[in-house]
Design a protein around this ligand. Sequence first.
Ligand SMILES: O=C(CO)[C@H](O)[C@H](O)COP(=O)(O)O
Ligand SMILES: [Co+2]
Length: 219
Amino acid sequence: MKIAPSILNADFANLAHDVQVVENGGADYLHVDIMDGQFVPNITFGPSMVAALRPVTKLVLDCHLMIEAPERFVADFAKAGADILTLHVESTPHIYRALQMVKAAGVKAGVVVNPGTPLEMIKNVLPLVDQVLVMTVNPGFGGQEFLPAMLSKVKRLDQLRQTNDYQFEIEVDGGISNETVKACSDAGTDVFVAGSYVYGAADPAQQIQTLRNIAASND
Ligand SMILES: O=C(CO)[C@H](O)[C@H](O)COP(=O)(O)O
Ligand SMILES: [Co+2]
């Protein structure tokens, strides 16, 4: 199981410090939310943020690209030091080619589906990817409510993976907290993104530990 704090909810004026806090607190990935104001109704940052983060952390940089035609920026994010590039299937008519570009750049490739997008849309790229991200909120903002209907999507994805011996990890993103992490774990999730639950608390390291404990518990 992996915990991936999202810097969307960190203090941007003290980002290196906030990254250190979750790295020392046992995080596995650092989730970097890239938004372009087109694909989603919000703007964050681009490859220069990834380049700035690279020397200050050993954490895996798990970059979630919420941008139109992400294939335009694959080379820039790879050069900046991204470890995983996860692309929305809804963001390009050329998802297969875009994922091939990610892999050719030596970066792990992920595909992501919005809550309204069926798994049928990504069936043909499942043999290609290292990670499948199931959005458990509509993308664009942190602090939204978890959508429980997405649990059946995670379960079906896990079944597809077992039946076909696919190698990808399943990640969930949006509304992950002490109240929702266990259901996601039971459904077959490997990687848990958490923004406001981790950074909205006084002790982010404790929050990471709590998520890990609850996800791994047997009750
Ligand atoms: O991709 C995202 C939003 O589009 C973020 O990763 C996600 O919302 C994390 O924030 P929170 O845990 O507060 O829901
Ligand atoms: Co995200």
